[in-house]
Design a binder for this molecule. Structure first.
Ligand code: NDP
Length: 328
């Protein structure tokens, strides 16, 4: 396993990590979740990602039970939670980034995960109704209380992240260390253009999500019949199927799949290696509904070396979606 620094912080995360969205406490049974975490940890993964909203809190419950059962040295792994969307409770103060919700969501995550502190705590989305001062002060209080170690953002704009840093500077507080954006071959703007200056000037770390675009960057949707039991076929996730733009993306997926085979790789390995190649990625959070997927995807770390400039150029030609920075 390779370990990368989380931006300019001193924390080192495994370049591949494991997330639990839509799987733990929902799509997969608990023994499968346990096998996924055990395999990941035994192969050097040190970061497990979670959030209050995942399976309405159940994902953290499942992960917490596994962490307890495994009895891994607490200093050997990093665990996260995220607040904003709420868990199963959706009252006026049970979502968002108010001091009340950030503190209560942190306490709830600690209880569910059965840990004394969260290594990483994310604001899962920006909250236009809460002043930035309130968010930054609250995160700093939680750090001072030893309940969280690093705080960050998820899907915030560059402007919002910089506002948080300005507030932190004004009051001599700790600003956000990391951001959690979506990043994959189809969604590139934030990581490749929008955050460029923050990477350069602040040294922001990133824990990127949906490296396979929810499974679109595999060969399974290329088959004649829609595969059974997959995320994009799950009842209640029709919105995600629309968001994943499956039909529009399939021609490129087909070409990428052929190219991956030319290289002797599967498409998921190519997709994950491609994300790892970006030096601003601190860790790629993997998702898996089966142990075989995780085993396959973790091979991608060794595949990064195959991504020569010529190979990257071929991928660029197929994708034809390189984000362009504004001229000034
Ligand atoms: P991916 O885009 O990699 O999708 C993972 C899914 O793709 C799997 O559950 C599986 O679904 C399918 N898959 C994975 N590998 C293979 C393979 N080798 N062959 C075939 N199918 C495969 O990642 P996620 O969308 O799960 O995101 C990863 C993590 O990022 C999440 O768990 C979460 O921790 C985090 N996240 C954060 C968000 C945020 O807003 N901050 C939002 C979303 C995720 P199936 O078998 O069901 O088709």
């Amino acid at each position: 396993m390779e370990y990368r620094k989380l931006g300019k912080s001193g924390l080192k995360l495994s370049a591949l990590s494991l997330g639990s969205w839509l799987t733990f406490g929902k799509q997969i049974r608990n023994p499968v979740a346990e096998r996924l975490m055990a395999y990941a940890y035994e192969n050097g993964v040190n970061f497990f990602d979670n959030a209050e909203i995942y399976a309405q809190g159940q994902s953290e419950v499942v992960m917490g039970r596994i962490l307890k059962k495994m009895k891994w040295d607490r200093t050997s792994f990093v665990v996260s939670s995220k607040a904003f969307f709420g868990d199963h409770r959706q009252g006026p103060n049970q979502t968002g980034l108010s001091r009340k919700h950030l503190v209560e969501a942190c306490h709830n995550a600690l209880n569910r995960l059965q840990v004394d502190y969260l290594d990483l705590y994310f604001c899962h989305r920006p909250d236009k109704e809460t002043p930035m001062e309130e968010v930054v002060w609250t995160m700093n209080h939680l750090i001072q209380q030893g309940k969280i170690l690093y705080w960050g953002t998820s899907e915030w704009s560059a402007q919002e992240i910089m506002e948080a840093h300005m507030v932190a500077k004004e009051y001599r507080l700790i600003g956000p260390t990391m951001e959690q954006p979506q990043y994959n071959m189809f969604v590139r703007d934030k990581m490749e253009v929008e955050y460029s200056q923050i990477f350069r000037n602040i040294g922001m770390g990133t824990t990127i999500w949906s490296p396979l675009a929810s499974g679109v960057l595999t060969d399974k949707y290329l088959r004649k019949n829609f595969p059974k039991g997959t995320r994009l076929g799950m009842e209640g996730l029709e919105w995600l199927k629309n968001l994943a733009q499956l039909d529009e993306r399939l021609p490129k997926v087909h070409a990428l799949n052929e190219f991956a085979h030319e290289l002797g790789l599967s498409l998921p390995r190519l997709g994950i290696a491609w994300a790892l190649k970006n030096p601003n990625v601190s860790t790629v959070i993997l998702g898996a509904s089966k142990l075989s997927q995780l085993k396959e995807n973790m091979k991608a770390l060794a595949d990064v070396q195959l991504l020569t400039p010529d190979v990257m150029e071929r991928i660029e030609e197929i994708l034809d979606n390189k984000p362009v920075a504004p001229p000034y």
